[in-house]
Design a protein. Structure first.
Length: 310
């Protein structure tokens, strides 16, 4: 994970990170965009093109394919790895994270303290499952499996990557004019999701951009803090309608059933409390300013997007 110092704003500008995101300098995982998998040859049979597989097919591959090569990623502190997986269906790379650290009191690189600190692969799995529950399709397929006898989160290495957000800003490259509205809508979703999961570690390196200017978000090992308050309410500006309704439908029974393996009861209760605050915020804002000024439709189109993304 890169230790960027700015967060992304709509239309490709930047703004200072919120104060509660101050632990970025103590990040640790690698950027999945680095050395991205090249696009397959034109006209390749979808059955043998891993990028065209359904999400369920990708999950099954990550869970069962043989790991034929693995290399530790030296960038960062979590000792994650890039691995090549292979079976009779094809070959594809994955990102492996097995970090599982907890501390009653943790000091970040900037000298700030955090109580009940957790940095764990389990949160990558929880974030992916929540992405599915909300119908976002913005986190690549992720499964749990044992690697070298240790439980780990194994994540699909993103296909057809153009760059990550850190590189985009270094180049001072704005999205094409035709993509800017869609870009803004994706960024607003990322902001809402990070407030929902209390993600203290979103940085420029784990916002990954494909050649079609789709955003994928990765590495959530320091999310799901038990806080009932929002980390940065100012990040809430607009919201996708489907995402808002998806959050509204979340209930404790479903979250315990789907996320209870990876989150504590306190972390689930914190998530629901933050959900309540987010939903109320957007309901109130839509009542004041008009629904069309606050809400928009993006995720419905993304769900029916490129082959293999749903």
């Amino acid at each position: 994970m890169s230790s960027g110092s700015r967060s992304t704003s709509p239309s490709g500008s930047t703004r200072p990170l919120a104060a509660l995101a101050r632990f970025l300098a103590a990040a640790g995982a690698a950027v999945l965009a680095f050395g991205a998998v090249p696009a397959p040859p034109a006209g390749q049979d979808p059955a043998t093109d891993p990028a065209a597989w359904s999400r369920e097919e990708k999950e099954d591959f990550l869970r069962t394919a043989d790991i034929v090569r693995s290399e530790v990623i030296t960038e960062g502190t979590t000792r994650s790895a890039r691995a090549t997986l292979r079976d009779g269906r094809g070959t594809h790379d994955a990102h492996i994270q097995s970090i599982d650290v907890a501390a009653a009191k943790f000091e970040g690189a900037g000298g700030q303290w955090e109580l009940n600190f957790r940095d764990t692969y389990k949160f990558n799995l929880a974030a992916y499952i929540l992405d599915r529950l909300l119908g976002m399709n913005m986190i690549p397929a992720t499964v749990e499996r044992k690697v070298d006898k240790r439980p780990a989160a194994v994540t699909w290495w993103i296909d057809d990557v153009l760059m990550d957000e850190k590189e985009r800003l270094r180049r001072q490259e704005k999205p094409p004019v035709s993509e800017r509205d869609r870009w803004n809508r994706q960024i607003h979703i990322v902001r809402v999701f990070d407030q929902l999961i209390a993600n203290k570690d979103r940085n420029l390196g784990n916002i990954v951009i494909t050649r079609s200017w789709d955003i994928w978000i990765i590495d959530h090992t320091r999310a799901f803090r038990p806080y009932r308050e929002l980390l940065d309410p100012d990040d809430l500006v607009r919201c996708d309608r489907a995402l808002l309704e998806g959050m509204r439908r979340l209930d404790k029974r479903t979250l315990v059933e789907r996320l209870g393996t990876y989150l504590t009861n306190m972390e689930i209760e914190g998530l629901l409390a933050r959900r309540d605050r987010i939903v109320k915020f957007f309901d109130d804002k839509a009542a004041r300013e008009g629904a069309d000024a606050v809400l928009y439709d993006y995720l419905v189109g993304r769900r029916a997007g490129p082959a293999g993304t749903d």
